[in-house]
Design a protein around this ligand. Structure first.
Ligand code: SAM
Ligand code: SF4
Length: 326
C-alpha cells in the first residue's frame, strides 16, 4: 500500500515485548523500567491477527524485535504461524543474541530467514559496561549459532559512541574480512531514557567512514546484501562480510522508509519518531474482524509523516525505543 508520500509500505516491525535480559546504556535506565503488565501486551494470537491483516494490504516482510524478542515465550510458534502466511516472503529477527543457542534451530525450522545481532564491542570488560548485565561470550555463542544454521545474511548492529567504543571501528571492519558478517555502524539516536546522547557520545557515520578509509583506503559499494533497511553497504576486496552505515541523524533516509511498527502494547506507529499511533488492541479485544483491522492499519499508513524530527531530540512522553521496538 502507498502512503501519502507515494512510499510503498511493505514492512512491519513487531515488538513482541518491552522486557530485556540486558540494560544497554543507550537504551534502558540502569534500574530497569516498569514493565507492562502481561495482559496489557498483545497476545501471540492478536499479533498474528495484525500480521495477517497487514499482509492483506501489502506487507511482505516481518521483523520481530523488542525489548529482547527471545525472552517472549512462544516466539517460535509465532514465527511458524507467520511463515504460514503465503504472501509473507521474509521473516527476520533483531536480537542481542544471548538466547540464540537455545532457540536458533527451532526458529530456523519455524521459518526464520535471517537475524540482526547487536554487538557494540569486542572487549569483555566493555561489553559488561555497555550492556550492564551481559557476557560477551554469550553473544559470540549466538553469532556462531546463526553462522552454523546458515541464517543469511547475519547483520551485526553496532552503535558507535564517542569515548566508549569508537576506537574499535577498525576491529569491527576486520571482522568482515574473517567471517560472512555484515557489520552496520549505527548512529546513536536521542531515544528516550538514555544519558549517552546527552553526554555528547554521538559520532557521525562520516567520521566513522573517514577512520575506515584512512586505514583501508576507498570503499567499494556493495549492492548485494539482502534486506529492507536504510543501510548502505561496502566491501573490502575479497572480504566475506560487508560494512554498512545507518545514518539516521546525519542523513535521514525517510524518503525510502517502507515500514510500520507494532508496539508490544498493540498500537501501530508509522514512524519511530512520531507520537501519533493507531490503537489496535482495544478494537481487537472488542472483536474487530480482519476488514476493520485492515482499515485501521491503512489509517496508520496514511498518518506516516514525510520525515522524522530526530534532530529536535526525543519529545515522546509516552514510549521509548524498547517499548516501540528498535
Ligand atoms: N534487544 C534487541 C537488540 O538489542 O538487538 C532488539 C531491540 S533493540 C531496541 C534494537 C536495536 O536498537 C539494537 O540494535 C540497538 O542497538 C538499537 N538501539 C537501541 N537504542 C538505540 C539508540 N539510542 N541509538 C541507536 N540505536 C539504538
Ligand atoms: Fe535490550 Fe536490545 Fe535495549 Fe540492549 S538494545 S537493552 S539488548 S532491548
Amino acid at each position: 500500500m502507498l502512503d501519502g508520500y507515494m512510499r510503498e509500505i511493505n514492512y512491519l516491525r513487531v515488538s513482541v515485548t518491552d522486557r530485556c535480559n540486558l540494560r544497554c546504556i543507550y537504551c534502558m535506565p540502569p534500574d530497569g523500567i516498569e514493565m507492562a503488565r502481561h495482559e496489557d501486551i498483545l497476545s501471540l494470537e492478536e499479533i498474528e491477527q495484525v500480521i495477517r491483516a497487514a499482509a492483506d494490504i501489502g506487507v511482505r516482510k516481518i521483523r520481530f524485535t523488542g525489548g529482547e524478542p527471545l525472552v517472549r515465550k512462544g516466539l517460535v510458534e509465532l514465527v511458524e504461524r507467520t511463515a504460514a502466511i503465503p504472501t509473507i516472503d521474509d521473516i527476520a529477527l533483531t536480537t542481542n543474541g544471548v538466547f540464540l543457542p537455545q532457540y536458533g534451530e527451532a526458529l530456523k525450522e519455524a521459518g526464520l530467514n535471517r537475524v540482526n545481532i547487536s554487538l557494540d564491542t569486542l572487549r569483555e570488560d566493555r561489553f559488561q559496561k555497555i550492556t550492564r548485565l551481559g557476557q560477551l561470550a554469550d553473544v559470540w555463542k549466538g553469532i556462531n549459532t546463526a553462522l552454523r544454521l546458515g541464517l543469511n545474511p547475519i547483520k551485526i548492529n553496532n552503535v558507535i559512541m564517542l569515548g566508549i567504543n569508537d576506537d574499535e571501528v577498525l576491529d569491527f571492519v576486520r571482522l568482515t574480512t574473517e567471517q560472512p558478517l555484515h557489520v552496520r555502524f549505527i548512529e546513536l539516536m536521542p531515544i528516550g531514557s538514555n544519558n549517552t546522547w546527552t553526554e555528547g557520545r554521538y559520532i557521525s557515520n562520516d567520521q566513522v567512514r573517514n577512520t575506515i578509509i584512512k586505514f583501508f583506503g576507498e570503499l567499494q559499494e556493495e549492492k548485494k546484501v539482502a534486506g529492507n533497511g536504510p543501510a548502505r553497504y561496502y566491501r573490502l576486496p575479497g572480504a566475506p562480510g560487508t560494512i554498512g552505515f545507518i545514518s539516521a541523524i546525519s542523513s535521514h533516509f525517510c524518503n525510502q522508509c517502507n515500514r510500520l511498527r507494532l508496539t508490544s502494547m498493540g498500537t501501530l506507529r508509522s514512524c519511530l519518531y512520531s507520537e501519533q499511533e493507531v490503537d489496535l488492541k482495544v478494537p481487537l479485544r472488542q472483536g474487530a474482524g480482519r476488514k476493520e483491522l485492515r482499515q485501521l492499519i491503512a489509517r496508520a499508513v496514511k498518518l506516516k509523516p514525510e520525515k522524522h524530527k530526530m534532530n529536535e531530540g526525543w519529545q515522546d512522553k509516552e514510549r521509548v525505543m524498547f517499548q516501540i521496538g528498535g
